[in-house]
Ligand binder design. Sequence first.
Ligand code: SF4
Ligand code: SF4
Ligand code: FES
Length: 390
Amino acid sequence: MAEAAKPPQPFTLRLRRYDPESGDAPYWEEHTVELAPHRSVLEGILQAKARFDGSIGIRCSCRAAICGSCGVRINGQPGLACHTHLDRALRSSRDGVIEVEPMGNMPVIKDLIVDMDAVHWKKIQRVTPWLINKEPIPEREYIVPRESMVDVTQSMACIQCGACVSDCLSMEVDPLFVGPAALAKSYRFVGDPRDAEQYERLKDLAEDPHGIYDCTHCFKCIDACPKGVAPMSQIMRLRRRAGADHHIEDRNNGLRHEEAFVNNIRKNGLLHEADLLPDSYGGKFHPRAVPELVSSLPAITKALLRRKVTLRKALLHEHRREFKGLRRYFDTIEGHEERYELNLYITGYDEDEEGAEAPTASSAAGPGDGGMPSAESGQPGQSPEESPTR
Ligand code: SF4
Ligand code: SF4
Ligand code: FES
């Protein structure tokens, strides 16, 4: 039997208010609204606006987690205001008050509204967000392998809310970084066999010092995304396509750095930072490494002073030891005949394949589902059994 709806109860919202045109500093303002606990934070804000202060700025449209307009930070975490229940938000609050502020990494236009044009959309435009079709155009239609479409489904799920951009740590230190949403968008076309310029797209993003190698794998965008797009995973796929498939050696040294990283761990068991930088540039005495070593001297000195690296360890490789099983990981991963691409977005069985042994879409893309969203629900955590897909 369906659970009876809970009656309305008071929720206090602490909203960050700011009007750049006023010349005043930002400030917090609290309003108590009365709503059933399953109603959304957006409904709470709209009630506060209707009852107490019509000047509260919030952007919204669909109220159904589809249009991506209502991105905000709730108790410090980015998300959709229309997709966050009040009771859940209350549970994650520090002091019993639900704190709502605008998304990060984008200028505030007013209160909870940020300037998406200035950052998010500009970056999306940067990656040529449309298909450049192959010639000649077929008389009827392009026939695309099913697996290829499964491969790009995850990036196609993006609703352009900007939550990943809001929390991207690389973008915080390098505002020119192309960023998680735009790079995920780029994979949508790089992974599409109908696109004629996959190599050019990859070359462009590998050579750009703010491109695919500017991501620091912090996972923030994966946590932030309300649609399970996993932008960081799409960036890693762009890198694999650029490096392993097209052998693009970028001038930023991104590919060599990645290779040096893997070889360093293979050789040492643990990351041996003292070797990483010179190896990334071809070895300690490679002409390319010298200027980099010189320019990194302040960082090296800091690391020595903080004992992150000691001269003894750096020179004598004292830390090197065999890690049981480590080589097995390398052998297993490198021994695959085909590379697994972990598109975890779609899980389930084809309805017309009764008794099929493996989940169709996810097996086409790679093993495991990791509790990611199903195609039907768009919600994390639904298992294939719970969610048969088309
Ligand atoms: S993983 Fe990369 S793209 Fe994603 S938030 Fe971190 S730095 Fe940004
Ligand atoms: S990738 Fe996710 S978080 Fe980023 S804009 Fe798209 S839907 Fe929003
Ligand atoms: S109002 Fe459309 S996603 Fe929230």
